[in-house]
Every structure is written in C-alpha cells, then in structure tokens.
Write a new protein. Structure first.
Length: 482
C-alpha cells in the first residue's frame, strides 16, 4: 500500500476495513444523490473483517460478512465458546452497520459423517439480534460423494430461516418420517448418535474438516454408526428409500476406508470395503438417470482413483518411509495428462501401473539430458518450475520436483505441456491461515524413466520419457513436524 493509504488505515484503528469504508462511503454518497434506493455492497472478509475505529458504513452501504473456513466451526452455534471470536466479530459489525448480509456455510467438506443441524436455529436467532437482514447460505450436494444428511440440513435451513423459533427436534422427526419411511426410527437414532459425538468432541474450525482431522471420527464410532445404518437398510423395503439410506452409509464407508490407511492390519478389510463403496457410489449415480456416456465417465471417475488408492508402494524414497501411513497422496494413471502428436499412453513392463504416459519424438536431437517441468495453476496463473537431469540406467526414479502452494486448478507439466498430472481436487480453502500453516503447501515427487540411446549409450530401446506416478507430500506432515 502507498503511504497515504497506510495513514488512513492507521487513522481508523489499524484496520484495513477503515480504508475500505473510507472509499466505499464516498462512492455510496455519490450514488445516493441520484439513486437513493440503491445500496453499495462491500465485503468484511479476511483482511477487511477487523472492525474499524472512528468510521462506520453509511446507511446505503451493505456490509457482507463472510465466515472463514479457518476460524470457526459451523456444526456448533456462534454462541458456543469455540466460536467466540467469530461471534464477537458479528456483534461488532452489528453495532456500527445499519445493513448486514451474511454469507454462511452449512456445507461439509468431502464425504464424511458430519451434520450442522444443531447450529442452524441458534445462528438464525443470533443473526436476528445483530441486525443481520439478509442471508446467503452455501450448501452444495454431491450425490456421487455425499456428506451426511445433505438434504436434511437444507430442509432445516429453509424452515428455521422462515421461523427461527421452531422446535428443532420436531422438525427432525418430520423429516426422518417423510424421508426414511419405515426406517425413520433407526435413521433418527443414527442422526442423534452422530450429533452427540460431533458436539462432544468439536473440531476447532472448518479447516480441520478439510484436513480430515475430526476428533469424533474414530474407528469405533464409524463401525458403530455403520451398524446402525445397516440395521435401517434391513428394516426398509422401499427401493427409493434404500438409495437414501445407502447415501448415509457411503459417507461412513468413505471415512472408514480413509481412516484404515493408517492401520496396515486392516488392509484386506479396507480393500473389500473400497470395492463395495465404489459399486454403491455408482449405483446411486445411476438412479439419477445419467446418459450412457455420462454414466461411463462417472464410473471411470469413481472406480479408477479408488482402485489406485488400493495399491501399496514400497519403492518410495527412504526419507518418506518414516511418515505416518496415509500421509502421502499417490497419483496414478487416472490423473495423467498426455497430449500432442508425441504423447501417448502405453503399457510398460517396467511399471506396475496399468498404463504410463510416454513422450517420444522421431528427432533424436529433441531428447535432452535435462528437461523442464513444474507446477502451474490455471485459475491463479501461478507457476513454479525446475529442471531435472536424466540418469542413464533406463529405470524409474523418484524426482523431487518443487515445493509449491496448491491452487484450485493446479497441474504438473513437463515437455512443453505434453505430459503431466492433474492435481485438481487437493486444494483446500484456507483464507486467513498463516503462511507457515498453509495446508496447501506440498512437495511434489514424480516417478520418471528416461529410455533409449539418447540417455544410455548402446541402448536398443526406442527413445522415450515415461511418466508413471506422482506423490504429494504435505509440508505440514514433514518429518519432525508431527
């Protein structure tokens, strides 16, 4: 920021929001002269969420407060001690702003047992007391990769924001009876079992959910919850309701198989459960009436990554073998990119993978001893690159490529973008997190083989560069940091 902007920030309590309001108020006054019914909306988010001193929003300014994934736990009300700082923030803006809108979340990260119904009504009443007049509730659903009770939370939101003073338990009964039919008692029992567990052992913030660090998710809890849902499936006789119950079991099974990676003794059980989970996720998607081509793609998108997650690799670098099981994210053929006239997928007898990405060229001069590669995020337009040197033994080697911060659409690229891996899906929303605690910071390793006379004198094999696997190693899980 320029010196003048810094002076304005200092004038208003060293809050960036002071500078923002100083500017937005000027715009709002000008607009208000001609359009008195128009509001100017601005965000109180990350660096502008801190309450300013000595300035407040004009009456035609709308403050939009946005919850931070890294600063609150939305399974618990804002009035809960865990959420004290966020509660104080909303209360503070409520004292100085005439118009407040809240962008709130009841979505869950990934497929795991978690349900925020106990926070919805208390938060609605709290917002009402803080002069909040508008609410935008973000709550996506994912049929192929469900979180727990996805439609229940949307039902409760619709009801409670119409009338925040309703009885939650009665609403839950109404929903369970209507949605789960003859299995409503069993599913209500599981719902209460889940609510009790997550509320007794709350996570510190939403970021913990993204990182799968949920205190209530233990093997005992998941096994017991699975048995309860399984009982509901035996009680029900309606095929449509059976799919609804199956969705709840899929969320449990997804968390269970993920947790089992830390227990080698459960390897065979995990393998069987993963196979069952794959079939069940595809079964649910088929019920949505996918066209044949979409169904085939959906099956590949689900089955192939899960099959790859079943594979066990012992050939990783020694420095990584000391990491706890489940720390490393392995990427296989389902994430490979291979394009251009010189790229193709092949079956390589030197690899255990079902296929590898091979780059070749009829011109031997195109094969250099070193190649450029790195990471690039298509959305953020950020890149990090390096060069690696080819060994001469025509074997696969793990190369440590770069340390980088994952973006929402990051890829690994090599050979003028003709080969690489898609890293999308590992990004975690972490606004407001300190740089040293960034959960998106990874070391990227790639298994590559250089083959042919360009790399080994006297070789009779065709020149080629083979990309087999990749590994993402979270820097937060680095040796000595756990």
């Amino acid at each position: 920021l320029c010196p003048e902007c810094k002076k304005i920030i200092a004038r208003y309590g060293n809050a960036d929001s002071g500078l923002l309001l100083w500017f937005v108020n000027k715009v709002a006054r000008k607009v208000g002269e001609k359009y008195p019914d128009v509001m100017i909306r601005t965000f109180a988010y990350v660096n502008t969420e801190k309450l300013p001193e000595g300035i407040k929003p004009d009456d035609n300014v709308l403050i939009q407060l946005c919850d931070l994934y890294s600063k609150s736990n939305h399974t618990l009300p804002l009035t809960h001690p865990v959420n004290r700082k966020r509660r104080e923030l909303v209360e503070g803006w409520g004292r100085i702003a005439k118009n407040i809108m809240v962008w709130d979340y009841i979505l869950q990260s990934g497929s795991q047992p978690l349900v925020p119904v106990d926070a919805i009504a208390p938060d609605a009443r709290f917002f009402r007391s803080c002069n909040v007049k508008w609410i935008f509730m973000e709550s996506e659903t994912s049929p192929g990769n469900p979180s727990s009770f996805e439609h229940l939370k949307n039902f409760v939101v619709a009801q409670m924001y119409f009338n925040p003073d309703q009885d939650l338990e009665k609403l839950l009964d109404v929903y369970c009876r209507g949605y789960f039919g003859t299995a409503h008692k069993e599913m209500r029992s599981y719902l209460d079992f889940l609510r009790k567990a997550q509320n007794e052992k709350p996570a510190a913030d939403m970021l913990s959910w993204h990182l799968r660090e949920l205190p209530h998710l233990t093997l005992d809890f998941l096994r017991q919850g699975r048995a309860m849902v399984q009982k509901a499936m035996t009680v029900n006789k309606n095929p449509e309701i059976a799919l609804r119950i199956l969705q709840e079991r899929n969320a449990i099974d997804n968390a269970l198989t993920r947790m089992m990676t830390a227990y080698p003794q459960f390897a065979e059980e995990r393998r069987k459960l993963l196979s069952e989970l794959t079939d069940n996720r595809i079964k649910v998607l088929r019920a949505y009436g996918l066209t044949p081509d979409r169904e085939k793609k959906a099956e590949q998108d689900i089955r192939l990554p899960i099959e790859e997650s079943m594979m066990v690799f012992t050939d990783i670098p020694e420095e990584l073998k000391k990491l706890p099981p489940g720390t490393i994210r392995f990427l296989g053929p389902s994430r490979q990119n291979c394009g251009g006239s010189n790229g193709k997928f092949v079956k390589d007898p030197d690899s255990k993978m079902r296929r590898v990405a091979m780059w070749t060229n009829s011109n031997p001069k195109k094969f250099n001893r070193t190649i450029g590669c790195g990471t690039y995020d298509r959305q953020w337009k950020k890149a990090k690159s390096t060069r690696i040197t080819a060994p001469d033994d025509e074997k696969y080697h793990w190369f440590k490529i770069v340390r980088f911060s994952m973006g929402p659409s990051t890829i690994f690229f090599a050979l003028d973008w003709h080969a690489g891996f898609n890293l999308k899906g590992f990004f975690i929303v972490s606004d407001g997190v300190k740089a040293e605690e960034d959960p998106n910071l990874y070391d990227l390793w790639v298994s590559i083989k250089f083959q042919g006379p360009a790399y080994r004198k006297g070789s009779t094999k065709a020149n080629g560069i083979f990309f087999e696997r990749a590994m993402l190693v979270p820097v937060s899980a680095k040796l000595g940091n756990r």
